[in-house]
Design a protein around this ligand. Structure first.
Ligand code: ACO
Length: 331
């Protein structure tokens, strides 16, 4: 191994709001049905913040659990990265609120905006940071309050999204032969930006700018077009990462994809010729939680005994922008 310092995930945590919104609840809000949502997306329910509840509380809770599992104190953290497109404020960032909430007085902190690929972008940054600063510890969080940016009258989007937070502590692997982040790829194609937007509230259209229709203050998506690019890109990333590291799809022990749509996951599974038991799915419980999706899935995969030390894990994500990312790791 050329570089003896290899980064690894040392511990994970998660936290989601208690409030469950089912497909049957949505039937009472918009013209939709449990049958349509289940067949087209695989989603049965999602978690939604209550009034007055905020997503940073969940980010902090997830972070505390990850630190505990990694046996690391908040003071040992050097960097906190929050992947989110739904921070509580523009200033300050979610990351500094987490830093304060944890008492991580020796850590720098910043938010990272890369939609659903955000957690992989964050882990990639953490890997590079740790491998060039061998004693450093980085906390990566994916946390989203998408319900606060959802138009509850728009059935094309409100059935898809949910809230939640997941966290991972990244540091030097104690045993790089069996546990390490092997490789990652991150990318973007801004030419597609119009397919998934939240235009209102930025500096082009400050809040309540009357030039912009009210629905532009919420997330809007041209789902069918996004679907086509998502399937193509996720497949490309998966094969590229495997090939350049000398693996085939048969070597993969678990694929943990971004949970946006069960049909996208199924497409990817078929292209990679993976049996169902090698693909982790929890979209039925949480819907699409953007940057929180991969950490929620990784966390639950481990909790359910689907991951064991040394397993080859493939992460693949895709999101608005477009952004995309993939990661190969030994668990
Ligand atoms: N309930 C009932 N009918 C609906 C609903 C609904 N909730 N939403 C749309 N429909 C209707 C449409 O109006 C359309 O009717 P029509 O045929 O009479 O025009 C019909 O259902 C089919 O609509 P499509 O949009 O073609 O449905 P599709 O099968 O493409 O599924 C979906 C839509 C689920 C959005 C899918 O396209 C998708 O998952 N896209 C990708 C999402 C994604 O990966 N996003 C990236 C990350 S998201 C992020 O970054 C925050």
């Amino acid at each position: 191994m050329k570089n003896s310092v290899r980064a690894a995930i040392l511990g994970m945590g998660m936290s989601v709001p208690e409030k469950v919104l089912t497909n049957f609840d949505l039937e009472k809000m918009v013209e939709t049905s449990d049958k349509w949502i289940t067949e087209r997306t695989g989603i049965k329910e999602r978690r939604i913040l209550r009034d007055g509840e905020n997503i940073t509380e969940h980010a902090i809770k997830a972070a505390k659990e990850a630190l505990e599992k990694a046996n690391i104190s908040p003071e040992e953290l050097n960097l906190i990265i929050c992947a989110t497109v739904t921070p509580e404020y523009i200033i300050p960032s979610m990351a500094v609120l987490v830093q304060d909430g944890l008492g991580a007085k020796n850590a720098g902190a910043f938010d990272l905006s890369a939609t659903c690929s955000g957690f992989i972008y964050g882990l990639s940054t953490a890997k590079s940071f740790v491998e060039s600063n061998p004693e450093s510890k980085v906390l990566v969080i994916g946390a989203e309050a998408l319900s606060r940016k959802t138009n509850w009258q728009d059935r094309t989007i409100c059935v898809l999204l949910g809230d939640g937070a997941g966290a991972a502590v990244v540091g030097k692997s104690p045993d790089p032969e069996t546990s390490r982040i092997i490789d990652f790829t991150i990318g973007a194609d801004g030419a597609y930006w119009q397919l998934l937007t939240l235009k209102g509230g930025g500096t082009c259209y400050p809040p309540f700018d009357e030039r912009l229709p009210k629905e532009e203050y919420y997330i809007k998506m041209k789902g069918r077009e996004v679907f086509k690019v998502a399937t193509r890109m996720m497949e490309k990333i998966a094969f590229e990462l495997l090939e350049r590291n000398g693996f085939t799809t048969e070597d993969v022990d678990l694929l943990v994809p971004h949970q946006a749509n069960l049909r996208i996951i199924e497409y990817l599974r078929e292209r990679l010729k993976l049996p169902k038991e090698k693909v982790y799915v929890n979209i039925q419980k949480y819907g699409n939680t953007s940057a929180a999706s991969i950490p929620l899935a990784l966390y639950e995969a481990e909790k359910e005994g689907r991951l064991k030390r040394g397993d080859l894990v493939l992460l693949v994500a895709f999101g608005g922008g477009f952004t995309f990312g993939g990661m190969l790791l030994r668990w």
